[in-house]
Every structure is written in C-alpha cells, then in structure tokens.
Design a protein around this ligand. Structure first.
Ligand code: PLP
Length: 460
C-alpha cells in the first residue's frame, strides 16, 4: 500500500516538475518578446522597479502559501537573471559597449607599443617606486630559500606585523594574505554568498564588485549616489534595497572613482542597518592611506560580520607584487581560507617577505604627493569650470562634463587618446554616469599639466 502510494506521489512530482519546466519555457519566450519591444522603444533591459514589484508580490504569495521566503526569493532572482541574459543577447544591449578604465589602459598600452607617447591619467597605478628596502629582500630570496609554499593564510610574521600595526585586539588569525586586494574581494564574496543571494553596492563604483557577483550568479542591487548630494548614499534608499535575500553590502571609502570619504554619522547608520538585517559588510579600504581628512575604518566598529580589504598595491606602490589581505573574524577568515586553498594554495613567498619589509616604511610622503597632484588637477578643473567634488582621499577626481561638444564620455575619451592622454570614461563606474570622466593623479605634475592643457582645449 505504502509502496503504491510512494510510486503514485513520484509520478505526480515528476508531472509537476515537467509543468514547471514548460511554464519556464513559456516565460522565457515572453522575455524574448519583451526584449524585442524594449529594443524598438529603446529602453533599458534592466528595470529595478519592475523586478522589485514582482519580488514583493511573490513574497506575499509565498507567505500566504507558507513557503520559505528566502527560497522563493532565490528562485525569482534566478529567473530574473536568466530573463535579463536572454533579453541582453537578443537585443544586443548597450551594456556590452561600456568600457572600463582597464579597457582604456589596454588600448593605451597598445598605442605605446606602436611608439605613441601616452600620459596615463586613466589608471590608479602609482608611478613612484616601492620602498627601497624591498630591493635587498628580492636579492636574498634565493639564498634564504624563500621559495616554498607558505601557510594558506600567509607567513605568520607578516600577519603578526599587520595585526600589531593596526590594532592590539587583532590576532594573526584575523588576517589572510591574498594575491592583491582584488582576490580578497573575490574570495570574500565567493566564500560568503551563494547563487541567488543579493549584494548591494554603491555606484559610481570600482567595477570588480559587480563583475564578481555576476560571475557567481549573485544578484546585485545598486544604490546610486549623485554629485549634487556630494556622493553621499541616501540611507532610506539603501533600506529599500534590503530584502530577505540580501546578504552583503559593499563599501569602498576613500572611494574609487569619486575620492569621497563618508562622514562617520553616515557610516554609523549604514553599519547599524547592516547589523539590524544581519548583513555582511565588505569594506574595501585599499586607499585608506590616501586620506586627506579623518577616515573611519570598519575595524573601529568591531562588526562581527565585517570584512576589511586592504592591499600593498597603492599604499607602498607595489601593484606588481600582488599582495593584499582580508581582516575579519576567525570564522569568516577560515571560510575565505578554503577558497584560497582551492584556488591558489598561498601567495608567493618572496612577495610576502617583500611586503613584510615594506611595513617598516612610513608612507605619508606618498599620500602628500598624491594630494599635491590632486590639488593641481582640482585647480585646473576649477579654471576650466567643470563640476566636481573635491576628493577627500584616494587618487582620483571625477568631474562632470558640461560640454555640449560631446554626446557622451567615450567620445571625449577617444579624442583624448588620439591626442596622447588616457583618461577613464565615467560610465565604466556605472552606466548612468556617462557624463563623467575619471582623472587619476598617478603621473608627475609636469605630465598632469600637459594632460590638463589638452583636456582644456577640448572642453572649453
Ligand atoms: N579596490 C579598489 C577600490 C581598487 O581601485 C583596486 C585597484 O585599483 C583594488 C581594490 C585592487 O587592488 P590590488 O588587487 O592591486 O590590491
């Protein structure tokens, strides 16, 4: 009897599963039609408002049926992501044409190979050298036998030194050395979030957070900020983005590309909202040593679901050494460790010893140098009459183009490149920012002057 009943139920379950697949097929077919209409009407593929409404309605239905809201939310995210993908393929979305600062950097490198001289105002790569004492480390690597695998989370001496330098309460177990801050971001996201979860980040933004989430099937929700509000995130808009599937909010201050540092009162509100909703906070602080006003680190909050990303790349001008680190609770660090073990085993030992020596150096002069150069760019932008917020930190200025001579940022970026100056299009930091450009202060002032002279010619 029981066996017959089981067989019967299995047949019904199979039929229902078939029905679900047929319905999904029907839905995807409709997505194509919607994509076609959007193409004709020339409207954006992604519509946060429509998605949110659908999610809210499904949440109500899910409650009525007594289903787990988080589970139904994930299914909806999955379906929505697939629909967007179908529509984008079908419509040949303009998103595919957006170019990031890295794409311009690569173009500039190609031009240099052909013999063209380029002033690099597009990337955030210091033009000054790393500390001198690293040279000695590099020359002794072989004799000292620094050529082995290390502990997954990095050599203890390096983690101890970082912990001591930062805060007495930190232990080496709170730190994992990663190959650059970028891998730290990736490892933190992949170890804490799953397919169908949601991550909030703030635009304009360094593109890697979204790229990382997209790669992993994590739904991103964007909190847009604007120049008229000094790039300060609106807390009530942030609250509206949080739902049962939200797992993480990403912060990046001092900010790339705007140079903004949040006021502590705003940060307080964000952290308390994260706490209330049990969210991870990923705070990318790779520019913290380039702060021209008081910067409050997430470390100061002792937030149990916080992960701080830091790096030797900007602070010590060590981009090519590929050494960064994550700071968090031992339980989060052990999750990140699993990803690191699977992906890379450990960071190259010689590079970790170089980083250890770098820690002996003060970096105030790097910060002063960048500040002076930014002040120079700021003065020139004021003369040209472009609107921007004076950077509080980092290495960039993010002015708004008010010229009617260009239909968008890329037009100016291409003209500038033709004239030997690489700058970044604003849209690379969020598609709605195509009236902006990002200027980086990683060249000597004489070159920045030449670059600004050329920019002025096309702007005025
Ligand atoms: N975070 C931000 C905001 C960045 O701008 C960058 C690099 O430009 C990084 C992280 C990554 O730096 P790295 O991987 O070299 O440590």
């Amino acid at each position: 009897m029981d066996k017959n009943h089981l067989d019967d139920l299995r047949i019904q379950v199979r039929d229902i599963t078939f029905d679900i697949i047929r319905q999904i097929h029907k839905r995807m077919d409709m997505s194509k039609q919607i994509g076609n209409i959007k193409k004709t009407l020339d409207i954006d593929i992604e519509d946060e408002k429509v998605e949110q409404e659908l999610k809210n309605q499904v949440s109500i239905l899910s409650n009525e049926l007594g289903l787990d809201n988080e589970f139904t939310g994930k299914i909806i995210n999955l379906i929505l992501q697939e629909s967007v993908k179908i529509q984008k393929n079908f419509v040949n979305s303009t998103d595919n044409n957006i170019q990031t600062h890295m794409a311009i950097f690569m173009k500039a490198k190609e031009l240099e190979k052909k013999g063209k001289k380029i002033i690099h105002m597009e990337v955030g790569e210091p033009d000054y050298p790393p500390p001198k004492n690293i040279k000695k480390v590099l020359s002794t690597v072989y004799d000292k036998k620094y050529y082995h695998y290390t502990e997954i989370s990095g050599i203890p001496k390096l983690r101890e030194s970082i912990a001591t330098k930062l805060d007495k309460k930190l232990t080496p177990e709170n730190i994992i050395i990663t190959p650059g801050g970028r891998f730290g971001v990736f490892a933190a996201i992949i170890s804490l979030l799953k397919f169908g979860d949601e991550l909030i980040y703030i635009e304009p933004s360094w593109p890697a957070y979204k790229e990382c989430a997209d790669l992993l099937g994590i739904k991103t929700r964007v909190l847009n900020t604007n120049i008229n509000e000094d790039w300060t995130p609106n807390i009530s808009n942030l609250e509206k983005l949080i739902n049962v599937n939200t797992k993480m909010i990403v912060l990046n201050y001092p900010n790339n590309p705007t140079g903004k540092i949040l006021d502590k009162t705003v940060l307080d509100k964000i952290i308390s909202m994260a706490r209330k909703n049990n969210l991870y906070v990923l705070s990318d602080e790779v520019y913290s040593d380039y702060s021209f006003k008081k910067f409050t680190s997430l470390l100061d909050y002792e937030y149990e679901n916080g992960i701080i990303i830091s790096s030797f790349s900007k602070r010590y001008a060590m981009t090519g050494f590929r050494v960064g680190y994550c700071i968090s609770t031992t339980s989060i660090i052990s999750k990140i460790k699993k990803i690191q073990a699977t992906a890379i085993t450990s960071v190259a030992e010689p590079m970790q010893y170089c980083a250890l020596s770098a820690l002996e150096n003060e970096t105030n002069s790097n910060c002063d140098l960048i500040k002076d150069r930014l002040d120079f760019i700021v003065e020139r932008l004021n003369k040209i009459g472009l609107k921007f917020i004076k950077p509080d930190g980092a290495m960039y200025v993010y002015p708004k183009l008010n010229s009617t001579r260009f239909s968008n940022d890329m037009e100016l970026v291409n003209i500038m490149l033709d004239h030997g100056v690489a700058i970044s299009p604003g849209s690379g930091f969020g598609k709605s920012y195509n009236e902006f450009i990002r200027l980086s202060a990683c060249q000597p002032t004489e070159l920045l002057k030449k670059g600004m002279d050329i920019l002025e010619k096309f702007i005025i």
